[in-house]
Write a protein that binds this ligand. Structure first.
Ligand code: DLL
Length: 433
């Protein structure tokens, strides 16, 4: 069995509780003393660090929301001085501003360590060739996997995303054994291989570590059959650390959470009440070793459930089930988080069309596509074609720079987008996962 850190991965529940209690108290004290925003929230809730006697007291602490990160943009929730922050990453927020996360040297090490655990769980080791095809940059996927792969001692091939033909030729020439990318990109690779006449037997690929977007069991079966590999699910979010918050082992029966770093809870998203083990609800995380951006009871908006039974692999870490959806309107298109409200702000800032729009998300040849239908005003409707084309181009450019992905813009006739009396329907998602 390939554990990376057997001591923690297979620790007894009692011992883990002791570790968690000690680290939780330290983290709560740290945020209370170093982050005015946390201090204010805890004071308001009438709870002091000294009230936290054990991990059971976690439930008394106030939740942290994406809004807290937005309100303190960019660095206001950091619990370490900027001189100690050695890296930042960022992901989309609901408005134009991104959610910024920061890491101390120690945080980068924790991240590399949890990622090394995930790769080891997926069967990778020092002899492996790990191709990292998650995007490098502000997105946490590329660099997170990269540092984890190096920490493990694998040979890391930092291709980043895109350039599929090059990816495939390097896979053949270097003998890539493990690939880390989104599941939709894995299917795209399979398709390109079929087109180029590359058979799975021509590659040394054994497993893929796929995540950053929701994917189903049937998609897993398809990837496994077409690439002849094991497809492992990896979960994470920038705020908590990036990829490595949870990952499957070779038994593929839930994603192990390194509980010595992140404590999960499942809550009812409406009542905010903690639900018993096994219930489906929103997964909430508290980080207990992070220094740069520790998060107390962070509301992920992701729906999942927790299984505390030990796994066949011997790990005792709690497992979370595949994420089945989100409680907000965030879409994940080609691995990029997109909020419909971002499109709205772009349209409003350009101001030349009606504020009625619809996002149509589909999947063609295993790649997500985004079409944005925008309603024009009656005055524009009678205008010349060239003017309309200019507006279309302008919206396309703005949308792409705000969202970070390309989109097709389609101007539609006045009043052709359905009006609603209740919650507006802004998205038609035709993807079948
Ligand atoms: O997507 C981090 C990551 C990179 C995870 C590479 C795995 C692999 P964000 O861009 O902040 O971070 O997006 C986080 O993506 O709240 C989920 O809604 C979704 N998500 C991530 N992994 C999975 C998964 C990265 N395995 C958001 N299944 C999260 C379903 C996932 N959804």
């Amino acid at each position: 069995m390939s554990y990376w850190n057997e001591k923690y991965e297979c620790m007894s529940k009692d011992e883990m509780r002791r570790v968690q209690t000690e680290r939780l108290i330290k983290t709560v004290t740290r945020v209370y003393n170093n982050v005015p925003h946390y201090k204010a929230k805890m004071d308001k809730a009438g709870i002091l660090p000294g009230d936290i006697k054990s991990v059971d007291d976690l439930k008394h602490l106030p939740f942290t929301y994406k809004q807290d990160l937005r309100d303190t943009y960019p660095f206001g929730l950091f619990a370490a001085p900027m001189s100690e922050i050695i890296r930042v990453h960022a992901s989309s927020g609901t408005t134009g501003k991104k959610t910024v996360v920061g890491y101390t040297k120690n945080d980068i090490e924790v991240w590399a360590e949890v990622m090394a655990r995930t790769f080891a769980g997926a069967g990778a080791g020092k002899e492996s060739f790990l191709q990292v095809s998650y995007g490098y940059g502000l997105f946490t996927g590329g660099l997170g996997a990269h540092y984890g792969g190096e920490y493990l001692g694998a040979t890391v091939i930092p291709t980043s995303s895109g350039n599929t033909k090059l990816q495939l030729s390097l896979m053949q020439d270097f003998g890539t054994t493990h690939i880390a990318c989104t599941p939709s990109y894995a299917l795209y690779l399979a398709e390109e291989m079929e087109e180029l006449g590359i058979r799975p037997e021509d590659l040394k690929l054994k497993a893929g570590i796929f995540g950053a977007e929701p994917w189903s069991e049937s998609m897993r079966r398809e990837i496994e059959a077409r690439l002849k590999i094991k497809a492992i699910d990896i979960y994470g979010l920038s705020e908590v650390i990036g990829p490595g918050v949870a990952c499957e082992c070779e038994y593929q029966c839930g994603m192990h959470i390194p509980e010595d770093h992140f404590i999960p809870e499942i809550i009812d998203p409406e009542t905010e009440e903690v639900l018993p083990a096994g219930s489906q609800g929103e997964i909430v995380f508290t980080t207990i070793t992070k220094e740069g951006l520790p998060l107390i009871r962070y509301r992920t908006r992701d729906l999942s459930s927790l299984n505390y039974e030990p796994c066949k692999c011997g790990r005792t870490e709690v497992r979370m089930s595949k994420v089945t959806g989100r409680t907000d309107d965030m879409l994940i298109i080609r691995g990029v988080n997109v909020f419909p409200s971002q499109v709205e702000s772009v349209l409003l800032s350009i101001g030349e069309t009606a504020p009625h729009y619809m996002l149509i998300v589909d999947r063609k040849d295993n790649l997500d596509t985004l079409e944005i239908q925008v309603e024009i005003t009656p005055q524009l409707f009678s205008d010349e074609v060239k003017k309309l084309e200019d507006i279309e181009r302008k919206i396309k450019k703005e949308v792409e720079s705000t969202l970070g992905i390309s989109a097709k813009i389609k101007l539609v006739e006045p009043k052709s987008i359905q009006r609603s009396e209740g919650k507006a329907k802004r998205v038609i998602d035709k993807r079948v996962l």
